[in-house]
Each structure stands twice: as C-alpha cells, then as structure tokens.
Write a protein that binds this ligand. Structure first.
Ligand SMILES: [Zn+2]
Length: 218
C-alpha cells in the first residue's frame, strides 16, 4: 500500500491531507480530474508507510492543518469495527496470506477431556498463534494453550487494550514459555495499534519480523 499527501495553499493556511494511492481523490498522486491546480496545490509521495507521510507533513513549514482522507483512510479503519480479534487476523492474513489458518483442525488444542480448546490460528504446520487483548490473567491462560498446541513454534501477539502494563504481561508470558519451550521456539510481541485504533503499517512490520525470526528466515 502506498500513501500520498495532498498539500493545498489555495485559500488561507497551508493544509495537508493523507490519502492511499488507490483513493479516487488521489489516483497515485495524480489527483481527481480537473480538481488539481498546480499553482495552489501539490502531491507528495509515494510513501511506503503512513508514518513516513506523517513525518513529511510535520516537516512542511506553515502547515496548520493535517487530515486523513475520510474516504480512503477511514475505510481501512472501519473494517475492524473496533474488533481487536479482526484486526489481529487482518494483519496475520496480510503477512502470511493463505498460510494463516484460523479455522478447522489445526487450531484445536487437545486437553484430553471434553471438547478441545482453540487458538486463534496457525501458520503453515509450524507456528501456533494467539492474538490477545484481554487482561493479564487471561493472557497467561493463552500461553498454556500455545504450550499444549502440537506445533513446535509459539507466537503470542499482544494488543495492549485491557492490560495495565503490557510490558510486564509480555515478560510474565516469556518467563512461562521459557519453562516449557526452547528459547528459539517462542516469541511474545506487543503491537502498537488495535481494532479501534489501527496502526497497520507499524504493526505489519512488527509482525513480519517476528514471523520471519520464528521461521528462521533471517
Ligand atoms: Zn483518499
């Protein structure tokens, strides 16, 4: 995904707006037909990350107002509808595509009585994944499900929504993993965004790095 900035100084103060390249108002920095006067406006970009676009905006002198396009950027945000679960699964799907499974046999954890527990997903036949936004006590329960899941690698993704201190929760989970799983076989990561406040670009990078490391691809 690419991001562009529309800078406009037609009337009054200098204003900027961030768009995605595919937005109808942006058209990869060409703008909507007939609505773009180069004497009073300019497109900047592409930027690979939305964070890079924000940095660029911050460096524009006299820029007094920055907005995100309500048509393209908000659409991404609304997709999750505040669901942290949807957000986590969206990110996983973007990073590993069809290799991510969130349904079926592979997500089951056998506790040898009653119906099996379920984790949030698996990657290839290798990594068991839980995406957690709940309280520390509940997150530690997710660690047990991951430990007991048959796949050798364990990935715990934390969205710091209901945790008082996500860093401490992460450390507790790492400690628990270290008692049962080899160091190279588990990872606990903390994302920056969540379903109500997505930070897609930042979180995709964090997730991608973790999955590569767990798969021994770097
Ligand atoms: Zn737009």
């Amino acid at each position: 995904m690419a991001f562009y900035i529309y800078e406009n100084w037609q009337a009054g103060p200098r204003r900027t707006m961030i768009h995605t390249g595919s937005c109808g108002y942006c058209k990869n920095g060409e703008g909507k037909d007939g609505e773009y006067d180069p004497n009073h406006a300019k497109w900047h970009g592409p930027f690979k990350l939305i964070s890079e676009a924000y940095l660029f905006v911050a460096a524009i002198k006299d820029s007094t107002e920055n907005k995100e396009c309500s048509r393209c950027i908000k659409v991404i945000t609304n997709t999750f509808n505040g669901s942290h679960d949807k957000y986590g699964k969206f990110l996983l799907d973007k990073v590993v595509g069809n290799d991510f499974k969130s349904k079926g046999k592979t997500v089951k954890v056998n506790y040898n009585a009653g119906s099996p527990a379920r984790i949030d997903g698996t990657i290839k036949n290798l990594i068991a994944v839980e995406v957690e936004s709940r309280t520390s006590k509940q997150v530690r329960g997710a660690v047990l499900d991951l430990i007991l899941h048959k796949y050798p690698k364990k990935l715990l993704v934390l969205l710091p929504v209901h945790m008082n201190n996500p860093m401490i929760t992460a450390k507790q989970c790492e400690f628990a993993f270290s008692k049962f799983v080899d160091d190279s076989n588990y990872m606990v990561i903390i994302l920056k965004g969540d379903g109500s406040n997505p930070m897609i670009n930042e979180d995709l990078l964090i997730l991608e790095k973790a999955i590569k490391k767990l798969s021994n691809e770097c």
